[in-house]
Write a protein that binds this ligand. Structure first.
Ligand SMILES: [Zn+2]
Length: 326
């Protein structure tokens, strides 16, 4: 048995890869999740996709030593149950590991996607050489992952690193988790798009009106685009989001004293101005001794971070002592 399968199971896309024991990816494919079909249908599609992947690589199932899956949402590592995932509606309570093991007849490991991404950046990306790192993933939601003392840190049940749900504003907007004023409800792509739509609908003079024909079509990237063109109201939305992101990172840094903070996800790449504003807010809030030498940098592995993190974890568990090289 000398192959491994890694899967990034997201709300929109499923990415799957086949790798050799040493960690080299030999075949990969991406398919739509179509999460609305329900868990059973999605897991069947996944099994079919994996079968096609193995056939393409001329690798029999018997040659696969294990499967690693990273998934969005609160995944209980103690019971191996999906507690809740806004991206995978109807999956609450699903014993994902057991379902996959029953279907694939292989040992399966499951991790939260941001945790896997943090480990990927630690092993192969912008976190190499840092034994203590914090990764924030900025997209439609806000995820977080932690590597502490060179090990992935999940806390008592795997929920550690949920920076997106740090309460930042009393009585703030409703979050997908059911609480009000979480970082995610104030600074995610979804929150920024919503603020842009509110501006538009309120009739505020803004460039956003020239970018889209109707408020409902506005996305976070439109707000970033308007801000970069000097639009004041759009700039205010981005500045507010940056302010909360910097402060939440300061809270996390004061607790964890990381060696580096990485920003990943689609929104992290929205330009130097955004990154600079997060750094300013962070610097104004974090304890000075903790700030010393602590950099906030962009992650490097993009959408592949979770896949690489799962792969590294799987190599370590299936082939202890085995060297990883990509
Ligand atoms: Zn929340």
């Amino acid at each position: 048995m000398s192959y491994l399968i890694v899967v990034d199971l997201g709300g929109t896309k499923i990415r799957a890869a086949l790798a050799e024991a040493g960690g080299r990816i030999t075949a990969a494919r991406t398919l739509p999740t179509q999460a609305g079909r329900g868990a059973a249908a999605v897991l069947l599609t996944l099994k079919e996709a994996l079968a096609a992947l193995l056939e393409e690589a001329r690798c029999p199932w018997s040659e696969v030593a294990g499967v690693g899956v990273c998934v969005a949402g609160f995944y209980n590592k103690e019971k191996d149950i999906m507690v809740c995932s806004p991206n995978l509606p109807g999956w609450d309570g699903l014993p994902l590991k057991a379902k996959l093991e029953e279907s694939l007849k292989l040992p399966v490991a499951v991790e939260n996607d941001a945790s896997a991404a943090a480990y990927g950046e630690y092993c192969y990306g912008a976190g190499r050489g840092q034994e203590n790192l914090l990764l924030l993933t900025l997209g439609t939601g806000i995820g977080g992952g932690l590597v502490l003392n060179g090990k992935l840190f999940g806390g008592s049940r795997g929920f550690a690193g949920e920076i997106g749900h740090i309460p930042m504003l009393s009585g703030g907007p409703l979050c997908r988790c059911g609480r009000h004023g979480c970082l995610e409800a104030l600074a995610s792509g979804t929150a920024i798009a919503l603020k842009g739509r509110e501006l538009y609908a309120a009739g505020t003079p803004t460039l956003l009106r020239q970018l889209k024909d109707e408020a409902a079509a506005l996305r976070a990237e439109d707000v970033f685009a308007a801000a970069s063109l000097g639009d004041g109201p759009a700039r205010q939305i981005i500045d507010t989001a940056s302010f909360y992101l910097g402060r939440a990172l300061a809270v996390a840094a004061n607790i964890l004293n990381p060696g580096i903070i990485l920003l990943g996800g689609g929104m992290a790449a929205q330009g130097d101005q955004f990154l600079a504003a997060i750094r300013r807010s962070f610097a104004a809030a974090v304890s000075p001794p903790i700030a010393e030498g602590l950099e906030i940098r962009l992650a490097e592995l993009g959408n592949d971070a979770g896949i690489y993190g799962m792969l590294a974890l799987l190599v370590e568990s299936c082939f202890p002592g085995g060297a990883i090289c990509l």
